[in-house]
Ligand binder design. Structure first.
Ligand code: RAT
Ligand code: ZN
Length: 419
C-alpha cells in the first residue's frame, strides 16, 4: 500500500485503539489508598495533592529553609509553599506537577488563574464518598488494591475492630518491617502474642507463619508484598532471605498467593526529606532468578525501580512463567520511561503482564496517573497493531479489546488464579 493510502487507515486504527484504551476499566493493583472505612487515612484534595512526596522533593530544590523548619509548618502552609515554588515561580513541567493540573482539569476546575484559595474552596465543598466515586469514574478504575501493614499503628486497629468493606477495594499484606527490620519487629510480634524470641528455629518460623496466616485471613490479602534494597541477595544468610525462604514462600504456597517484590529502592538516602528521601540503585536480578527457578510453585509479582533493570527483567519473564512483571514504579513513572518500558515489555514479553499501577497516595491522583498512562499505552499499541497490519494481520476490535482487558487486570487475575 502507498504511504498516502495507508494514512487514513492508520488514523482509523489510532482512533479505535484510543477509544478502547480510554474506556476499558482497570484494576489498579498497587496503591496507597484506603477503603473509606479507614477515614482520615484516605487522603484527598488539593492540599494533599500538593504535599505529595514526589512534589516535596522537587520543591526543596528551590527552598532555602532548613528541612525541619518546613516540616514544623502546618500542612496547609507546606502546600502553599510548594504551590508557590513549583506552580507560580516556575512552570510545572515535571510529571508530578503536570499530574496535579491534569487532575484539576479533568475534575472540571480552572487552574489558569493560579488561585489556590479558589481551588481549596471547591474541594472544601466535596463529600468524600461522592468524590471517591467521581475519581474512580474519571480514572475508569473499577478495583483498587491497597497496601496494608499490620505494623502501622493507625491502620491496625481498624482491621482489628472490623468494618464493612467497600467492594471496590482489596487488600495486600505488606511485610517490609518483618523482613527488613527483624530486630525491631520481633518484640512487636512478641507483644501481640507470637512466640518469636531467640534465634532462628523451627518454632520461631512456625510463629511467623501463624502471624502471616492470621493477617492474610483478617484482611483477605490478594498477595503479600515487600520492597527490597539494591543489596538484597537470595539465597543468603541474612535474616531477610531466610525468613523469605522458610516463612513467606511456604505461606504463599499454602494460601496460593503471589509474593510481590518491589526491587531496587534505596531507603533514606536523605532522611531529612522523610518520605521524599528515598533513592534508587540497580537491583540484583540473579537473586530474582534464583527465587523463580528455586521455587517454581511460588508466584512472583515483580516491579523494579531502576530503568537499567527493565530489559533484564523482561528477559527473566520470558524464562519463568511464575514471574509476572508489573507497573512503572515511582521514578520510572515519567512519560519517557513509561513509553520505553511499555514498548520493551510488549516487544519482549507480550500481553502476559500488567504494564502499570498508579501507586496513588492521594485519591485524586488516580485521575492523572491513569489518564497519562492511557495516552501512552494507546500510542504504543497503535504502533504495534499497525506493525501487524503491515505484516498482513488485521486485529479486530474484539481482539484489541481482549488484549487491553488483559493489560488492565485480566492477565494479573489469571496469574493470581494459576497453580
Ligand atoms: O511511590 C511511592 O509512593 C513510594 O513512596 C513508595 O511507597 C513505594 O511505592 C512503595 O510502595 O514502597
Ligand atoms: Zn507503593
Amino acid at each position: 500500500m502507498t504511504r498516502r493510502a495507508s494514512e487514513p487507515k492508520r488514523a482509523a486504527l489510532a482512533r479505535r485503539v484510543e477509544r478502547i484504551v480510554a474506556n476499558t476499566p482497570v484494576f489498579d493493583i498497587h496503591t496507597h489508598l484506603y477503603d473509606p472505612a479507614f477515614k482520615d487515612l484516605l487522603l484527598w484534595g488539593i492540599d494533599e495533592l500538593l504535599v505529595y512526596h514526589y512534589l516535596v522533593a522537587e520543591a526543596f530544590r528551590y527552598f532555602d529553609t532548613p528541612y525541619e523548619q518546613f516540616w514544623a509548618l502546618p500542612r496547609t502552609r507546606q502546600a502553599e509553599l510548594i504551590w508557590d515554588a513549583l506552580f507560580v515561580q516556575h512552570s510545572p513541567l515535571s510529571e508530578a506537577c503536570r499530574g496535579v493540573l491534569t487532575t484539576l482539569n479533568l475534575l472540571g476546575l480552572d487552574a489558569r488563574k493560579r488561585d489556590l484559595p479558589a481551588l481549596r474552596r471547591w474541594f472544601a465543598k466535596q463529600n468524600v464518598e461522592k468524590h471517591l466515586t467521581r475519581c474512580l469514574e474519571l480514572a475508569k478504575v473499577e478495583r483498587i488494591c491497597m497496601t496494608n501493614s499490620p505494623f502501622d499503628d493507625l491502620e491496625r486497629p481498624v482491621w482489628e475492630k472490623g468494618f464493612r468493606p467497600d467492594e471496590r477495594f482489596v487488600a495486600a499484606l505488606r511485610v517490609d518491617p518483618l523482613l527488613l527490620a527483624w530486630s525491631g519487629t520481633a518484640p512487636r510480634l512478641a507483644g501481640w502474642g507470637y512466640k518469636v524470641g531467640g534465634a532462628l528455629s523451627a518454632p520461631l518460623i512456625g510463629e511467623v507463619r501463624r502471624f502471616l496466616a492470621d493477617w492474610t485471613k483478617r484482611i483477605r490479602a490478594k498477595y503479600l508484598m515487600v520492597s527490597l534494597p539494591p543489596d538484597f541477595r537470595f539465597p543468603d544468610g541474612s535474616m531477610c532471605a531466610q525468613l523469605i525462604e522458610m516463612a513467606v514462600l511456604p505461606h504463599c504456597r499454602e494460601f496460593g498467593l503471589p509474593f510481590a517484590l518491589m526491587l531496587g529502592v534505596k531507603r533514606a538516602v536523605n532522611p531529612a526529606l522523610r518520605l521524599a528521601g528515598d533513592g534508587v540503585a540497580l537491583a540484583d536480578l540473579q537473586s530474582l532468578q534464583n527465587l523463580c527457578s528455586g521455587f517454581p510453585e511460588n508466584k512472583f509479582l515483580v516491579t523494579a525501580l531502576p530503568r537499567e533493570n527493565q530489559h533484564e527483567l523482561c528477559v527473566l519473564a520470558r524464562k519463568f512463567r511464575n514471574l509476572h512483571v508489573f507497573g512503572c514504579w515511582w521514578f520510572t513513572n515519567v512519560p519517557h520511561v513509561v513509553e520505553e518500558m511499555t514498548r520493551i515489555r510488549l516487544e519482549l514479553v507480550g500481553l502476559s503482564l500488567t504494564p502499570q499501577h498508579s501507586d496513588a497516595r492521594v485519591l485524586d491522583q488516580l485521575v492523572y496517573k491513569w489518564s497519562h498512562f492511557r495516552e501512552i499505552l494507546a500510542r504504543v499499541l497503535t504502533d504495534k497493531y499497525a506493525g501487524l497490519s503491515r505484516a498482513g494481520w488485521e486485529a479486530t476490535t474484539a481482539e484489541i479489546q481482549r488484549d487491553v482487558n488483559d493489560l488492565f487486570g485480566g492477565a494479573f487475575e489469571r496469574f493470581c488464579q494459576t497453580g
